[in-house]
Design a protein around this ligand. Structure first.
Ligand SMILES: Cc1cc2nc3c(=O)[nH]c(=O)nc-3n(C[C@H](O)[C@H](O)[C@H](O)COP(=O)(O)OP(=O)(O)OC[C@H]3O[C@@H](n4cnc5c(N)ncnc54)[C@H](O)[C@@H]3O)c2cc1C
Length: 1005
């Protein structure tokens, strides 16, 4: 008996033989475009520029714009161009209109290579040609990201229309193989669920499924009437579980339970794909009706690895290409072994994968008419022909749509074709020998080269960090997993049971109570009291200062390593209590799940990052290497630090300021906001459990006007760290500047205040990204972030295009109780905020034009409907004053100069953003936008500790950067100790670069 490997080799060799009869045009050396592709394969930087240029081209409207972008993209920074394009660029300068037209034509031609037609009418001509070649089809509608329900409805209608039109056109078409035709309807449509619902949240599969089922039912019903087949395509990992669940849910409904013509995709590059496939098969058996699976490797490998790298989590995909190949083979076998219930389709261009499927089918006696090979339109033409010649069923995946919405797809294909790891490049561009291409992938897997999350050089490492000094952010909780969803639900139930608990002050290591308790209510349902905080008065404030002062005298001499370890223990405790702490935030401040989780992640990061930074700063450092003298620069803590935090990041900001104070050797009194006392009390519990010594961290809840004011003015308070409103911040700044009788130190104030953040949208911006990120930045957590977007500045040329999509996107937002997963807009913090924001909305109605206001918000609780004003001018109050709610002002400007002038024309400079694909304009905005944190082509909120040190200037703050390398310096005073080490001219040869701390008595080792 022949071994499987030799069988695969023979089949592979046969395919190659047939393939070589018809060489692949795409990889030929002829033609301008082919040459560019060849160049891309040998120059990664050029490839990136080229693909980025291709992606922006369809959104450029004028010839001059096209030529300008061409120059910007291909300028290599040394005032030269890549030799191949330099001629083109020179010609373009002389005859821009002609060159622009030629470029557009070239890119459309390329797109046409991968996109089967612009509309159903167009595509039918292609399908007819393929029919003559005995190749079947599945049709997919290309699309932009769906940002609103109006767009999702449009897609549903396009799918329905396509189905009807193709049904009419292909009415009399028969199966090309003429055998097992009942398994393979001629008319086959591939759908993407992301096109059908705009508010998909991985945390809320039930919500997505309810919406999607109602969109899909009519489509499935119609497909069934027409005898068509519907395939559920698979997209990014975040949507995978929802797609699988949706597939099972709809097809178990009575109406579709016995319908065999639906299929789903399994991506073999996913580590959990075998589990998913077996689960589907089990489901199929229970359902009792055949279904189909298209096995692919997966089209989002780069995306998944980048996303995971950014989040510091383990990628869901295999990291070695042969692992994906080997898993594809494993799953091929699983599919054939279960042929009785599942019809297999293999979506691959890899001859080894294809030959393996053929060989296993024969081994398991599955007739070749009972499965099919699927390949993409415009790719691997010779392989399709070869398979048809060998008597296999072949179906082509035919995307249809316009060039602009098709860009993301086109770029994915270009990447796939030029990928270093890809089969097509190896075979057709690099002529790797057949024997090599047909090797068993299992043999090619290298042992344990697993890339651990965050260790990727692209992330985690600060550029200036010494080796081994790499900071890794804690990953966000992935609510994709049911386990995480369940844990969050259960934490919410548990925290709810503790509603009404009373929390004491914590002074000098003791719990302290007073006669006054303040209730903290749930802003979603203000009749619910989440808990009570104890009100401190002046007496308790005095007691806290004494306790802190006493503790400071010991704590300041505690080795920094011990202090750093305290923070790390606190981080570990927060990690352990993560869901519980998030749940408290959901109830006390109305944070949606993912926002609450991000807050806890930030608190954890602050602790670990500041611990690491303290280790860097803690050791006295030699200033210069000179003979006979040692001069060490080092730091002392300032004394007693008073921390005043806001409610909007109720654990993270409080923790950030307090932990910075503690780790630097100060003694800290922390005062949470009156609206988030329970969150503050939770943080105190964490530090208590971590073993903070008595008096080093004191918890003083109470009224800002009483204890806050008293402590800011206190002679024994050496430092005030404040984050909050401009009004209070400026008062603190002023008051702390007055030296009181008996005061020892000049008071240091760290003052972080608000923003009136602007984002500018360039004429060439990617509108999918612009809308998605603008909506999130303006309305996420109800706009109650100091970093939130409040002024969207649109260039007049782009104005209508953006507004056309922005308003429906805002109208689609999920507003409601943040206890429910997937809610984007919850209540604002309290009645005062509620009234203030409504007043601003009234002001806005008088000053500008109310372009949008959400119609439905829950009747109870402090819900403000997301609101958009247009015709806003820079002098208006809604354009100048911080509103701190879900209100967005849209401003129209002539050009980028005016946009920058408007953006910079406020008192604030906190965050700011720019959407553009013009390298020159991006550079200009990077250089000129007045903001402490400038974000390009992304949201302007969501700073990550260590990665995006956060804080602004002008009236946004005193220029400090929380989560940055220099933050701890504000809590320290620098000191230099110099010793003459020479004795009678004799001196040690060298002084060590660092020495241990100046501690006395020396700590015991
Ligand atoms: C008809 C059809 C339908 C498709 N539908 C979908 C779909 O619904 N969803 C979807 O995601 N994809 C889909 N694809 C795309 C498909 O996933 C890619 O075309 C395919 O992965 C390319 O694989 P290959 O076997 O042709 O090529 P090969 O060159 O053998 O494999 C390339 C693939 O290997 C994987 N890979 C690359 N580098 C690594 C690495 N370092 N470690 C691990 N794995 C790596 C990636 O998945 C990459 O795409 C479909 C493809 C076809 C032909």
């Amino acid at each position: 008996m022949r071994s499987l490997q030799s069988d695969i080799e023979q089949r592979g060799a046969r395919i190659f033989e047939l393939v070589d009869k018809h060489p692949e045009r795409f990889f030929s050396k002829a033609g301008f475009y082919q040459r560019l592709m060849a160049l891309s394969m040998h120059d990664e930087r050029f490839k990136t520029q080229l693909f980025q240029f291709v992606a922006v081209l369809p959104s450029l409207h004028r010839s001059s714009e096209i030529i300008q972008h061409l120059e910007e993209y291909f300028s290599d920074g040394n005032d030269g161009f890549h030799p191949l394009v330099s001629l083109g660029v020179r010609v373009a300068r002389l005859v821009p209109w002609m060159s622009a037209a030629a470029l557009r034509w070239n890119v459309s031609e390329t797109a046409r290579q991968f996109i089967a037609g612009r509309n159903p009418h167009d595509v039918i001509a292609t399908l007819r040609k393929r029919r003559a070649q005995k190749i079947g089809f599945t049709v997919d509608v290309l699309g932009e990201a769906v940002v609103s329900e109006a767009e999702a409805d449009e897609y549903a209608a396009r799918y329905a229309d396509l189905l009807d039109k193709l049904a009419r056109e292909t009415k009399n078409w028969t199966d090309p193989l003429g055998k097992s035709a009942e398994l393979f309807p001629v008319l086959n449509l591939s759908v993407k669920i992301s096109a059908l619902y705009s508010q998909m949240s991985p945390a809320a599969p039930a919500d997505a499924i309810t919406h999607l089922c109602s969109k899909l039912r009519p489509l499935l019903r119609r497909a069934r009437e027409l005898g068509a087949f519907i395939n559920f395509d698979m997209e990014s990992y975040a949507l995978k579980n929802t797609t699988l669940e949706l597939f099972k849910t709809t097809l178990t409904e009575a109406e579709f339970k016995d319908w065999p013509h639906a299929g789903i995709v399994i991506q073999a590059y996913l580590r959990d794909s075998e589990h998913d496939l077996r689960d589907l098969i089990e489901w199929g058996r229970a359902r009792g009706t055949r279904f189909a699976v298209r096995l692919v490797k997966g089209a989002y490998w780069d995306y998944e690895t980048t996303k995971s790298g950014q989040n510091g989590s383990n990628p869901p995909v295999f990291l070695q290409k042969p692992e994906s190949d080997a898993n594809f083979e494993e799953l091929t076998r699983v599919l054939f072994e279960n042929e009785a219930i599942v019809t297999a389709a293999f979506g691959s261009h890899n001859v080894r994968s294809i030959a393996h499927a053929q060989a296993v089918a024969d081994e398991l006696r599955v007739d070749r008419s009972r499965f099919e090979f699927q390949l993409l339109y415009g790719m691997a033409g010779p392989i399709k022909r070869a398979l048809v010649e060998m008597g296999y069923r072949v179906r082509e995946y035919c995307p249809i749509g316009e060039l602009l919405p098709g860009m993301a797809y086109l770029v994915r294909r270009l990447l796939e074709n030029t990928s270093n790891e890809g089969f097509l490049r190896a075979k057709f561009a690099e002529n790797v020998p057949a024997k090599e291409l047909l090797r068993d992938p299992k043999e090619l897997i290298k042992p344990a080269v697993a890339r651990i999350a965050g260790s990727n050089q692209k992330n985690g490492a600060s550029l200036r960090a010494a080796a081994g000094d790499i900071f890794r952010n804690a990953p966000l909780v992935s609510f994709i997993y049911k386990d995480s969803q369940d844990k969050m639900q259960s934490a919410l139930r548990e925290v709810r049971k503790r509603f009404g608990e009373k929390h004491s002050l914590y002074i000098g290591g003791e719990k302290v109570w007073t006669d006054h308790l303040t209730p903290s209510v749930n802003p979603t349902e203000p009749t619910e009291i989440v808990g009570y905080g104890t009100d401190a008065g002046v007496d308790e404030a005095e007691r806290a200062v004494k306790a802190a002062r006493a503790a400071f005298e010991k704590w300041r001499w505690t080795p920094f390593e011990e202090r750093a370890q305290l923070l790390e223990r606190a981080a570990d405790i927060m990690e352990r209590r993560r869901y519980e702490l998030s749940a408290v935030e959901v109830f006390e401040v109305g944070k949606p799940w993912s926002e609450a989780d991000a807050d806890i992640r930030e608190a954890i990061d602050f602790c670990r990052f500041y611990a690491q930074q303290m280790r860097r700063l803690g050791r006295p450092k030699l200033t210069q290497q000179v003979p006979g003298e040692e001069s060490y620069h080092h730091y002392w803590p300032r004394g007693v630090a008073f921390v005043i935090a806001p409610w909007n990041f109720p654990i993270a900001i409080l923790c950030g300021m307090a932990s910075a104070g503690v780790v630097t050797g100060n003694a800290v009194i922390m005062k949470p906001s009156e609206q988030s006392i329970i969150c503050g009390a939770m943080l105190m519990q964490v530090f208590e459990e971590a073993g903070v010594p008595p008096g080093v961290l004191n918890f003083l809840s109470g009224h800002g006007s009483v204890v806050g004011a008293h402590l800011v003015d206190h002679k024994d308070v050496d430092l005030v760290a404040f984050t909050g409103s401009r009004e209070v911040g400026l008062k603190i700044w002023e008051s702390a500047g007055i030296t009181r009788p008996g005061q020892r130190e000049l008071k240091r104030v760290i003052c972080e205040m608000g923003g009136k953040n602007a984002m500018i949208v360039d004429t060439d911006a990617d509108l999918d990204e612009t809308i998605m990120y603008s909506i999130y930045s303006a309305f996420g957590f109800q706009g109650q972030k100091c970093s939130a977007l409040s002024r969207l500045i649109l260039l007049e040329e782009n104005y209508d295009r953006v507004m056309e999509r922005l308003i429906p996107a805002a109208a689609s937002l999920r507003i409601g109780n943040p206890e429910q997963p997937g809610i984007m807009v919850g209540p604002v913090i309290d009645e005062a905020a509620y009234r203030r924001i409504l007043e601003y909305i009234e002001i806005g109605k008088k000053e500008a034009t109310l372009a949008f206001q959400a119609k439905e918000v829950p009747p109870h609780g402090y819900f403000i409907p997301p609101t958009i004003f247009t015709d806003v001018k820079p002098h208006m109050r809604i354009a100048r004053e911080e509103i701190f709610g879900p209100v967005l002002s849209v401003m129209k400007v002539r050009d980028l100069d005016e946009a920058l002038e408007v953006a910079n024309g406020t008192d604030y400079a906190l965050t700011g953003g720019f959407f553009s694909r013009s390298p020159d304009n991006i550079e200009r905005v990077k250089a000129r936008l007045e903001a402490g944190n400038v974000y390009i082509n992304r949201s302007c909120t969501g700073a990550i500790v260590g990665r995006h040190p956060f804080g602004g200037f002008k009236m946004s703050g005193s220029g400090t950067k929380a989560g940055g390398e220099d933050y701890l310096l504000h809590f320290l005073v620098p000191r230099v100790v110099t010793e003459n080490t020479s004795r009678h001219g004799f001196a040690p040869e060298q002084s060590p670069e660092y020495r241990d701390e100046f501690l006395w008595p020396k700590p015991r080792r």
